[in-house]
Design a protein around this ligand. Sequence first.
Ligand code: G3P
Ligand code: CA
Length: 243
Amino acid sequence: MTANKPMIIAHRGAKGMAPENTLGAFKLGLEQGCEGIELDVHLSADGELVVIHDHTLDRTTDRQGAIAEKTLAEIKEADAGSWYSEAYKGEKVPTLGEVFDLVPDSIMINVEIKAPGNGMEQKLADFLNERGRIDNVVTSSFDHKCLRRLKLIEPKAKIGLLYANNLLDPTAYARSFDVEVYSLHPHYKAIDAEDVVKAVENGLQVYPYTANEIQDLKELTDKGVSGIITNYPGRLKDLLQDG
Ligand code: G3P
Ligand code: CA
């Protein structure tokens, strides 16, 4: 491996060892030495920013139904830990505010918008401003128009382009925006070394997702990526210490 040390970004917390997108998973990521946290946000029916991956409660809690149709109080009734293991029984779906309270300012937070529109961009811009925490937060989405809207509302927000397939020229695509793009978030198999070099030379951060196997973590490190989004932050930390 090269001397490059990518930022260790815990995917939905330490998703490989704890129930995703819970305070328990974020705490474990921090304990394992992550330098960044990736999480997913939705808006509840009463306009609260809540941290959960799917559009419904069904897969990761003991309740059912669409997040957008539930109030925060209803969402808080759900147990988001016992589906994973008895040890995490009683974990709740956290608000974005609760995660920001937990995670030190020194740790980068990558907020992925899963439900663009319906006031999400304004709500998130207001939240970041109220918190006074914009510089070390990167907002990403597969919906690039949504990211542009956020950037027009709050020019200080950092935006990251999520994508799953190989782009012809990711840097040229990012630079084609009429607002500044901070980072590329490709699927870890959708970027080659040449793409990484060009992106970094052009001032873009490159944060591939979601790589977990040692060989993949090594290859991405050798490509010179800026950070790696992983379910196993401790594994990546060990690898970078050994390398
Ligand atoms: O942000 C990277 C990654 O989390 C995107 O995919 O489905 O895990 O949210 P997903
Ligand atoms: Ca995500």
